[in-house]
Design a protein around this ligand. Structure first.
Ligand code: NAD
Length: 310
């Protein structure tokens, strides 16, 4: 397993990271004992970055990940989030964040996380994130509850606007660098590299669109994007290629992303995703896939406050 520095934090993270949102049943009901086995298997195979949030399954994912990490905490870089607590429940106040982290630590069965991130910051006014949320996170860092702090979200414009005003250690950008959308590199990546901010790229399968199973009902992409994804999966299948493997392989080739987070809850998916590290892509199939995606390339959906779109 290759490891990369996470910005200037000094942490080394596996290029393939474990997204724990499926542990909250967000993509469908999972088998909890299998998810524990998947976490242990991932650790044994060298995956060290685990990302979760109190939002995933309304605390269920944190509790299940905490159970799975019992006795393994010192082998992982553990990242959780704060500020988003439900589909439409946001509270980025210093009070809620400071209280909420105690609940997260209890569920995760640890006294500190390695990374504490303000979750989906485009749902708040940037002034609040800059003046209240991030200073509160720095205080939690000083108290030893988190080793480093970051922000996450869909809007590249918003992530960058915040990071230009206040120092952050890391960012999770999701659905902005994969086979369907790749505008992460236009401005955010060069800025992050210049500032030494660690970039974690999430949702390489476009939150389930680039899988044979397909996206969950809640997926916010347009029908055209979902249809294009479905056609890509069918094309790959007809050529004997696993579309998810190809999509993940594409993301893993990015030279500056510290880690790519894939949502997983089974040993089978852990193994399939490890395989994507080694696969050799078929360049002709890639050209066909890109042609198929072209009409919807870089089409994202609105998320958060209108002032933060972008
Ligand atoms: P994803 O693109 O990783 O897709 C996950 C889906 O793909 C799940 O249904 C999973 O079961 C399935 N899957 C995984 N491996 C597969 C394989 N080999 N074959 C077929 N299907 C496979 O989307 P995601 O889970 O949303 O993103 C990954 C992680 O990134 C999340 O779990 C979370 O930790 C993080 N994330 C963070 C934010 C944020 O902070 N705002 C947003 C999105 C994702």
């Amino acid at each position: 397993m290759p490891y990369r520095p996470l910005g200037r934090t000094g942490l080394l993270v596996s290029v393939l990271g474990f997204g724990a949102s499926p542990l909250g049943d967000v993509f469908g009901r999972i088998d909890p004992s299998e998810s524990v086995a998947a976490v242990h298997h991932a650790i044994d195979c060298g995956i060290n970055l685990f990302d979760v949030s109190p939002y995933y399954g309304l605390t269920l994912a944190e509790s299940r990940l905490g159970d799975a990490l019992e006795g393994h905490r010192d082998r992982v870089v553990l990242a959780t989030k704060c500020g988003r607590y439900g589909a439409a429940e946001f509270d980025f106040s210093a009070k809620r964040i400071t209280e909420g982290v105690e609940d997260s630590l209890r569920r995760l069965r640890t006294d500190h996380v390695d990374l504490l991130q303000a979750h989906d910051v485009e749902f708040a006014h940037a002034d609040q994130i800059v003046e209240e949320t991030l200073p509160a996170l720095r205080r939690l860092q000083q108290q030893g509850k988190a080793r480093f702090i970051g922000i996450t979200g869909l809007s590249l414009k918003n992530l960058m606007a915040i990071a230009k005003r206040v120092e952050v250690d890391t960012m999770i950008s999701y659905c902005r660098y994969n086979l369907m959308v790749d505008d992460l590199d236009l401005e955010l990546m060069p800025f992050a590299q210049d500032q030494g901010i660690g970039i974690i790229n999430a949702s390489p399968l476009h939150m389930g669109i680039l899988t044979e199973h397909g996206p969950a009902d809640w997926h916010p992409a347009s029908p055209e994007v979902k249809e294009a994804g479905k056609r890509v999966v069918a094309l790959c299948k007809a050529r004997g290629v696993d579309a998810s493997e190809m999509a993940l392989h594409f993301c893993l080739q990015h030279p500056h992303v510290a880690s790519t987070l894939v949502g997983m809850a089974t040993r089978e998916h852990v193994d399939a995703n490890l395989k994507a590290l080694q696969v050799i892509a078929d360049p002709e199939l890639m050209v066909e896939v890109q042609k198929m995606i072209a009409p919807v390339h870089n089409r994202v959906w609105a998320s958060g406050l209108v002032e933060n779109y972008g």
